[in-house]
Design a binder for this molecule. Structure first.
Ligand code: TXA
Ligand code: MG
Length: 413
C-alpha cells in the first residue's frame, strides 16, 4: 500500500530590513509638471540597497521560486513583484496567505510605463493631473496586446487597478526594475496594513527576503480606488483622496459610492456584530467601535468580560483614562504615545490595565496613526480595544471609518 506524504513546508527565509536613508538620491521628473518620465540618478549614486531590491525583483522571476519585496509607499507598505510574471505574482499570494480572487494594484513609476499597458481614457485625465503621483488607484481595461499582465494580478477581471505612488523611493524602485509592480499591502491577510517596516517584519518574517525601510508612511491608509469606466463613475474603496475632492473634477460630479458602508449599526441603534464576516484590518485583540461621540464607560463595558488589558484609542471627544504623566510607553514619529495605567473600582481595586492612545482630533493624524495604534496595542497584549470613531465625512474620514468598521467585531452607536 502506498502512502502519500504531505508536501514539505515552504523553506523559512531569512528576512532582512534594508534602510534607505531619507536624503538618498532617488531621481526626478524629466520635465517639470509632466509625469511622463521619472529619471533615476546616475548609477553610482543610487543607494546600493535599492539596487539589491531591484535585482531581487528582476532575477527571482526567472526561477520557479520567487519571493516578493516589501517597499514603502506614501499610503502603506506594499509587497511588490513583477506584474508581468505569473511566477513572481504567485509569490505575493503565497507570502500573504491572500485569497487568489482578490485582484492586485499595478504600480507604475511614470506615465510612459503606464502607456506600455494601456491608453488612458479621457475621464481620468484631470483626475491624474490632480492626484498623481498619490493615493489614488484607477481602473483601466486589461491589456490584450503589447505588455501583458500576469493573469494572477487581475484575478480574471477585465479591468486592472493602476496607481502611481507619491513616494519617490517607490517610483525609483519600479523604474529600476523597469516593469510595473503588482503590490497589495504588505500585511499578512486579515491583519492591519503596515505603515512601518517593522510591521511588515511582524507579519512576514521568514516568508520574504527583503523589506526596504523608507520610514513611516505619511498617509497611513490605502489609496482610494475609483472606476471611471462605468457611468456614473464609482468609488470602490475610500482612501487617501477624499470623495469630495474627486467630485470637483470634470466628469466626476456624479460619482457614487460603490462600497458598503455608512453606519452598519443595525435598525433601532442595535449594536451590530459581524459574526462570521470575513475579517480584515484586524488586530488579534477584539475591536469594539463606538460610532457616536458619546463618552464610553470602560469599567461598565468590561463587567463580566474577564479582560485584563484594555486598549483605548481616542480621536477627540473621549476623556483620557490615564494621566498624562503616567506610564508613557512609547512616543514616536508615528505621532502617538501609549500610556499605561490602571482602571480601578470605587474601593481602589484594580479592574484592568489600560493602554491609552490619543490619535488627536485631526482626521489626517488619525488616519496616519490608526493601523500603527492597532498593531501597537496588540504587541502590548491588549485583550480588547475600544475605539472612538470619527465623524463620517467625504474626506479621509471615510477611509478611517471604513477600515474601522471592517476591523471591528462589534459596532456601537
Ligand atoms: O494604497 C494602496 O492602494 C496600497 C499600496 C501598497 O499601494 N495597496 C493596496 O492593495 O491597498 P490591496 O491589494 O491591499 O488592495 C487593493 C484593492 C482591493 O480592495 C481590491 O479588491 C481592489 O483594490 N482592486 C484591485 N484591482 C481591482 C479591479 N480590477 N476591480 C476592482 N477592484 C480592484
Ligand atoms: Mg490590503
Amino acid at each position: 500500500m502506498s502512502t502519500t506524504n504531505p508536501p514539505p513546508p515552504p523553506p523559512k527565509l531569512k528576512t532582512r530590513i534594508l534602510t534607505i536613508p531619507p536624503s538618498s538620491p532617488l531621481g526626478s521628473w524629466s520635465s517639470p509638471n509632466s509625469l511622463q518620465t521619472w529619471t533615476l540618478p546616475p548609477t553610482p549614486l543610487i543607494p546600493p540597497s535599492l539596487t539589491l531590491a531591484a535585482t531581487a525583483l528582476t532575477t527571482s522571476t526567472a526561477s520557479s521560486f520567487s519571493t516578493p519585496v516589501a517597499f514603502p509607499t506614501e499610503t502603506v507598505y506594499g509587497l511588490g513583484a513583477d506584474a508581468t510574471s505569473s511566477t513572481a505574482v504567485k509569490g505575493i499570494y503565497t507570502a500573504k496567505g491572500r485569497p487568489s480572487d482578490n485582484p492586485l494594484i499595478v504600480h507604475v513609476s511614470d506615465l510612459s510605463m503606464l502607456s506600455t499597458l494601456s491608453t488612458i481614457p479621457e475621464i481620468y485625465h484631470e483626475l491624474i493631473s490632480k492626484f498623481w503621483p498619490g493615493p489614488l488607484t484607477i481602473l483601466l481595461p486589461v491589456p490584450t496586446s503589447g505588455q501583458l499582465l500576469a493573469p494572477e494580478v487581475t484575478a480574471g477581471l477585465t479591468t486592472f487597478g493602476a496607481r502611481m505612488p507619491d513616494s519617490p523611493l517607490a517610483r525609483a524602485l519600479i523604474q529600476l526594475v523597469g516593469k510595473p509592480l503588482a503590490a497589495p499591502s504588505a500585511n499578512a491577510s486579515t491583519r492591519p496594513s503596515p505603515t512601518k517596516a517593522v510591521h511588515v517584519l511582524e507579519d512576514l518574517e521568514g516568508k520574504i527576503e527583503l523589506i526596504l525601510d523608507g520610514g513611516d508612511c505619511a498617509v497611513g491608509v490605502e489609496s482610494t480606488v475609483v472606476d471611471g469606466l462605468c457611468d456614473p463613475p464609482v468609488v470602490l474603496r475610500p482612501g487617501g483622496v477624499g470623495i469630495e475632492e474627486i467630485r470637483q473634477v470634470k466628469g466626476w460630479k456624479g460619482v457614487v459610492k460603490g462600497y458598503k458602508d455608512r453606519s452598519e449599526v443595525g435598525e433601532g441603534h442595535k449594536p451590530r456584530a459581524p459574526g462570521m464576516k470575513y475579517k480584515h484590518y484586524s488586530p488579534r485583540a477584539r475591536v469594539v467601535l463606538f460610532e457616536g461621540h458619546k463618552p464610553v464607560n470602560v469599567g461598565k463595558e468590561l463587567e463580566g468580560g474577564g479582560q485584563k488589558k484594555v486598549g483605548v484609542i481616542r480621536t477627540g471627544e473621549w476623556e483620557g483614562l490615564v494621566g498624562e504623566t503616567e506610564g508613557r510607553i512609547e512616543s514616536e514619529e508615528g505621532g502617538f504615545a501609549v500610556r499605561q495605567g490602571s482602571l480601578r473600582d470605587e474601593e481602589g481595586k484594580e479592574l484592568a490595565t489600560v493602554l491609552d492612545v490619543d490619535l488627536g482630533r485631526d482626521v489626517k493624524g488619525v488616519a496616519h496613526g490608526l493601523f500603527a495604534a492597532l498593531r501597537e496595542l496588540d504587541r502590548l497584549g491588549a485583550d480588547i480595544i475600544f475605539v472612538e470613531g470619527v465623524s463620517d465625512g467625504d474626506d479621509i474620514a471615510a477611509a478611517v471609518m471604513n477600515r474601522l468598521r471592517k476591523a471591528a467585531s462589534e459596532i456601537r452607536p
